[in-house]
Design a protein. Sequence first.
Length: 342
Amino acid sequence: MVVRAAVAGASGYAGGELLRLLLGHAGVEVGTLTGHSSAGRRLGELQPQLAPLADRVLAETTAGALAGHDVVFLALPHGQSAAVAEQLGPDVLVIDLGADFRLADPADWERFYGSPHAGTWPYGLPELPGARAALEGVKRIAVPGCYPTAVSLALFPAYDAGITEPEAVIVAASGTSGAGKAPKAHLLGSEVMGSMTPYGVGGGHRHTPEMIQNLSAAAGERVSVSFTPTLAPMPRGILATCSAKARAGVTAEAVRAVYEKAYADEPYLRLLPEGQWPATGAVTGSNAVQVQVALDAETGRVIVISAIDNLTKGTAGGAVQSMNIALGLDETTGLSTIGVAP
Ligand SMILES: NC(=O)C1=CN([C@@H]2O[C@H](COP(=O)(O)OP(=O)(O)OC[C@H]3O[C@@H](n4cnc5c(N)ncnc54)[C@H](OP(=O)(O)O)[C@@H]3O)[C@@H](O)[C@H]2O)C=CC1
Ligand SMILES: CC(=O)N[C@@H](CCC(=O)OP(=O)(O)O)C(=O)O
């Protein structure tokens, strides 16, 4: 079976990574590509790494241009997906890489995104408890945010197993591609190179409610989250340092056993051997997630560190993995666990 897939937002970072993966996917034929300010331009000018598609010309992002495909990926800014998606009809598989359909609570959406809530779609993080089965055969998928991917995959085993209290503290560093390709002063090379800085400090980051949603579902009770993102001088990657208070009596051996069991059959989640620590460079360009755990004897906190590529497992790889499940394909088709290093 070969499905025909359109990509809206093909000129952006998420759209570009998605096309890189789709070009290596045996079950996908790349159809229409769309852009916004770059409509009418050749893809080769904008995404020179995608050589086989260099002569494709970007169409305007309209429902008409995206019609006639089996799968439509939307890699658009927040708030742009709903209007397009509602015109695409119920039979096409629509996969939104943006935030519009990730949150279940309209109040959370309105507070963090400041616009009316468009709705909630099945959530494209198959490794979460029950999520894989919930993606089979669906026609709409909301791909998680990059930080919630790194954090939820790091912490769900601890909450699912009940070994941690319902609070988590997270500090995560992201590469600059997480902020998209559109020019912004704080992303200039002279601002970013050789410097790191936090942002969204004190509960203000829009990924906080998404993390709370995922971790609370795993815990069966509300988990409070303190999240501090930082911008790191690298193009790709997220390193998330997560901690939560261990429940009484939990030992370091018990923590490790929980993670060994939770990740045992997962194709992309890798608990590293003891003494080895996750590195963003090791997962660059791959769908892999590296994780290490420790129990801090001084504070009684379980510490879990994860590394992902924000554009691959954190966006486009997660989208392809979820598409594979929805279409009944082998979940790993077109996705690699092999990073590009150094
Ligand atoms: N970058 C990342 O690591 C991650 C991104 N995502 C999500 O993916 C989506 C795209 O992000 P990213 O690729 O980084 O962003 P970019 O800024 O790199 O790309 C945005 C894309 O959307 C198009 N676009 C811009 N404005 C409009 C508009 N008003 N209507 C229609 N299309 C528009 C742009 O077209 P043009 O260039 O032609 O103007 C471009 O193709 C976002 O929702 C983001 O949240 C999710 C997880 C991680
Ligand atoms: C470095 C950086 O700016 N990162 C982005 C997150 C990108 C992402 O995954 O999130 P969305 O899909 O929700 O946009 C941010 O902090 O807003």
